[in-house]
Ligand binder design. Structure first.
Ligand code: FAD
Ligand code: A2P
Length: 275
């Protein structure tokens, strides 16, 4: 079960005056390690669905602690949504996990990133391949009508260790059905394929394994990946990204970038210890 707080709640901390401050409007705790929150959007902020920005909080001396965060809301949304890990001793998230509606966070309005539709050559089927909080940029892209305008079919593969860690994505995908803007498009074109690896669930297995064994293609009743038709976006740990890249290259897809669109693009969901 999720614990949700709304704007009507009393702020836990006094509102401080900070540069680039935005106000928290809602917070949802999904597990003891995961939460999502929404903040006001600066009027001047334009971004492409899938990009990330730097957000943060001041430390005890008032110095900003800033970290990269994918914007999980689509480009048309009036607010901004983020989906976050809680690292127990993490400089930012040990504080950020306590935010309440009415609190302020710092948001540097300079969006960047490679997980954007323009970084891919035109194709028919788009794959979103994510582990853990790596679903955040795809939470944005899944809610953007342009994704469905450009592709006949969109497959969202998300893998976590446990079922509860899938909850944010499962809730988001379920809500798409009632979305007046995207509901019909998503119903026609979005295929959602969540799996777990360490807890019993309807579908299990690592993304790399279900792609190489062909299980995901068989389950969805579609042909294997083909560079002429399929495009992919990847977001997970460094190890995941490297392994998925090898699988995609095996299907003949080549890595692209904003300046050089090709068949797939990759972004780190976080920078790991010692990397
Ligand atoms: P840090 O000192 O930054 O991290 C401590 C350790 O925690 C890391 O070494 C790593 O082992 C682990 N860790 C950090 N982030 C994660 C994570 N997301 N999942 C699993 N383990 C992690 N984080 C998000 O929660 N949501 C996002 O949308 C997001 N987008 C990012 C986009 C980019 C391009 C990059 C590079 C990182 C992104 N991150 C995201 C990670 C984020 O920048 C921070 O690392 C995270 O918020 C933890 O901050 P911290 O200061 O508490 O700990
Ligand atoms: P597994 O449980 O088999 O390690 P983590 O919580 O460690 O970031 O992992 C998130 C999910 O990503 C887990 O389901 C994990 O599977 C999977 N995973 C981790 N590393 C890889 C990898 N190199 N290739 C494919 N899947 C991975």
């Amino acid at each position: 079960m999720t614990e949700q707080t709304k704007v009507t709640d009393t702020p836990a901390t006094p509102v401080k005056v900070m540069p680039d401050a935005q106000t928290v409007t809602a917070v949802t705790h999904w597990t003891d390690r995961l939460f999502s929150f929404r903040v006001t959007r600066p009027r001047s902020l334009r971004f492409r669905s899938g990009e990330f920005v730097m957000i943060g909080l001041p430390d005890d001396s008032g110095k900003p602690i800033l970290r990269a965060y994918s914007i999980a809301s689509p480009a048309w949304d009036e607010e901004l949504e983020f989906y976050s890990i809680k690292v127990p001793d993490g400089p930012l998230t040990s504080r950020l996990q306590h935010i309440r509606p009415g609190d302020q966070i710092i948001l540097r309005p300079k969006p960047v990133g490679t997980l954007v539709l323009d970084a891919l050559l035109p194709g028919q089927r788009l794959w979103f391949l994510a582990t853990g909080t790596g679903i955040a940029p795809f939470a944005s892209l899944m809610r953007d009508p342009e994704t469905y305008e450009r592709y006949d079919e969109v497959v969202m593969m998300h893998t976590c260790r446990t079922v509860a860690e899938l909850d944010y994505g499962r809730t988001l995908v379920a809500a798409l059905a009632d979305d007046p803007l995207i509901g019909e498009l998503a119903a026609q074109k979005l295929r959602y394929y969540p799996t777990t690896t360490r807890e019993e669930f309807a579908r299990m297995g690592r993304i790399t394994d279900t792609l190489t064994s062909g299980k995901v293609f068989a389950d969805l009743g579609i042909p294997p990946m083909d560079a002429a038709r399929d495009r992919a976006m990847v977001c997970g740990s460094l190890a995941f990204n490297l392994d998925v890249k090898a699988v995609l290259e095996g299907f003949g897809l080549r890595e692209g970038a904003n300046s050089d669109p090709r068949e797939y693009v990759v972004e780190k969901a976080f920078v790991g210890d010692g990397i």
